[in-house]
Design a protein around this ligand. Sequence first.
Ligand code: GDP
Length: 195
Amino acid sequence: LFAGPVDFLKGVVAMEGLPPDDRPEVCFAGRSNVGKSSLINALTGRKALARASNTPGRTQEINYFLLGDSGYLVDLPGYGFANAPLPVVEKWQRLLKHYLSGRASLRRAFVLIDARHGIKAVDEEIMTLLDRSAVTFQAVLTKIDKIRDSERDTVLTQVRDRLSRHPAAYPEIVLTSSEKGEGIATLRAIIAGLP
Ligand code: GDP
């Protein structure tokens, strides 16, 4: 993966719209405002590739990006909107369940966690869904620049403890800051190293 230029392919609102699963893909999930758009932009080296849109309703689509000819990078809609209407939440959950359970080419899911907040109940829900779908997932801490170095161990301990209860969790946690660039090359290398 990451063998060529990154281009937006399409936004998908229903299962029928998914591209054929003929090449490996990775997906990114996280609570709204976790820094997912910023991270995808930092990873791909493109500014504003992933729209930094936090509007419920506008973000209920799965965005596909082409990684050269080699694979797809998939931006899942942000979850955990405090006041999203129930039909919006339910539609999102249905699409996500379908996507996660039926995507043979999905090599790994990256679950983004705000370093200041650690793993929350809504994150647990998606991790449980990933367990059930047998999709290996890896936790990525975002906005690591927003916490003190002395606070890193505390959040890492919480995240490690929670991950240990999820059979599909990959043990290595990636610490990132899209702002400062920390961990971006590491994450890119992890993705590039996936089969
Ligand atoms: P999304 O809703 O998950 O796509 O989140 P965004 O990428 O739009 O980021 C949400 C907010 O967090 C924005 O105000 C970003 O500028 C900020 N943000 C994102 N990543 C970082 C980071 O690494 N460090 C800091 N300090 N702020 C960040």
